[in-house]
Design a protein around this ligand. Sequence first.
Ligand code: PMV
Length: 298
Amino acid sequence: MKKTAKAHVNIALIKYWGKKDKKWNLPLTSSLSFTVDKFYTKTTVEYKPLLTEDHLYIDDKFITGVEYDRVKQFMDMVRHLYNIPYFAEIVSYNFVPKKAGIASSSSAFAALALAATSAFGLELDKKALSALARYGSGSASRSICNGFAVWHEGYDHISSYAEEIEGFDDMALLVCMVNQNEKKVDSRTAMNVLEIYPQYKEDWITKTNILFNDMIHAIQIKDFVKVGITAETHAELMHQLIENTGNTYLTDVSREIIELTKWLRTQGYLVYATMDAGPNVKIILRKDSIKDVISYYE
Ligand code: PMV
């Protein structure tokens, strides 16, 4: 009753921000992402009949408090859905800076969903695994997939899951680390304030749906420039929304990197910026152009 699983971080090109159902973690809109190969989480789950509660270790630290509660809530759901009568020892390692807007919760809950079910001998298909990971953290639904993934917003636990779509082979992401410290307001808290701003919420849903369709079309016709511009536009839209609703993740350095990226485009480089719930900026580019632009970002 012990299994180890690994899942990689994904970076959204069309972001998930806001929920239509908090209990089940159903998003306001569909989203689309790209799973990276460098950053990942490795998690071991062992069910132990003698335990009277779950034990959680992250990066060799025994975890209590809010972080533990979130994992406990997830494990309670796994036990409930799959009739598992045991508590578990969970040991997790992040090969990615935690809570710095590099979406470590995406790889964390995807690895946990996989380890927690396989440790009990279950073999869930990708769709069910993705829905389960989503319950832990929305973006984790997409980390069950390799490459490009669409998370269908759905309307209940079963229908809200991510699946792989065909994308580009030569796309890469350059992560500009502005700050590795844990962020002050986590994405869950920050996105939930949207409920008190119905006018912003409606506008966000409308614009996201349009950009989501543009992105799908751009990927289908393999238009890299349109993918990049659409991703950057949507990331900026999300950060505008976050600021309008009382939070800020971007710093002056983040903004300088975004400006540098826009300037590099005027010089003919195909580089685009995207930012999540943290100050770090990810640059979307083609693999073969990394060597031409990397020195500008150092
Ligand atoms: O999965 P969460 O609750 O950590 O939310 C992720 C939110 C963003 O990273 C900002 C956007 C996204 O779609 O990944």
